[in-house]
Design a protein around this ligand. Sequence first.
Ligand SMILES: C[S@@+](CC[C@H](N)C(=O)[O-])C[C@H]1O[C@@H](n2cnc3c(N)ncnc32)[C@H](O)[C@@H]1O
Length: 264
Amino acid sequence: MSNKLTPKKKEIYIIYPQAQISWLNSGEPFSEQFQDFYFSTDGGYQETEYVFLKPNQFPERFYLQHNSSSAATISIGETGFGTGLNFLVTLYYWLQIPTAKHTVHFISTEKYPFTKIQLQKVYQTFSSHWPQLTELCELLLSFYPDVFNNKRTFTCQFAHDNFKLTLLTGDACEQLNILAASKTVIFDAWYLDGFAPSKNADMWSQKLFNVIYKLSKTGTTLSSFTAAGFVRRGLIESGFRIKKIPGLGKKREILTGFYPLNIA
Ligand SMILES: C[S@@+](CC[C@H](N)C(=O)[O-])C[C@H]1O[C@@H](n2cnc3c(N)ncnc32)[C@H](O)[C@@H]1O
């Protein structure tokens, strides 16, 4: 067959479903898929600190690791990347350490990623409320893909390769099961952030809690914005020790927990 007649191999790209967003006048994105907010400009940064960093003992753990003699990787897992606010605040704290010997790998899952254009708009809001994040927002945008195609992961590295972000696009439970099967990572801390359970049951299923436990080890910590009873019971059922602690502002309670020492 001549070259002219050889059929060309078609490249098939699956375009991922993206976040369906409407915008408040304040610049806050609202999820049309889940009818819920990603963050609040009235205290979103503090909420991230209080709900996710503090219960997981960040930034203290970064310093402890820094002072230890061995270089190590701290792996942080998150169930919903959204705008990346939790990621950016964590990176901001990590950058305050003078010279980090260790590395941090932040691995997040996202079923409906923001487009780059949507994220640019969100980051204007971040910059006006939390100017300390401006430079990091620009940095993340410089790596962020224009479109999510059939690549399952998006990875980028910050600060001399010491802080790595991997975004797994797709359903959290599916993606974490693939990760568990690969046996490439065990997490030190988890941020469970998947909208209210009443609006998004998939992010609070027993199957998801079980794979999160499977990807953890003695001493792994976790926290979650929701304190719903079935979430607390489900996490306990998977093997974690869980307790409620007071929430911030209008939020009455949140959940924190850890993977206990297994004494046979
Ligand atoms: C409350 S928002 C997360 C906010 C985020 N951590 C931040 O810093 O902006 C919940 C996120 O979970 C994502 N999500 C919802 N269902 C999902 C699923 N089954 N798997 C993975 N991500 C999901 C949503 O698209 C949304 O971005």
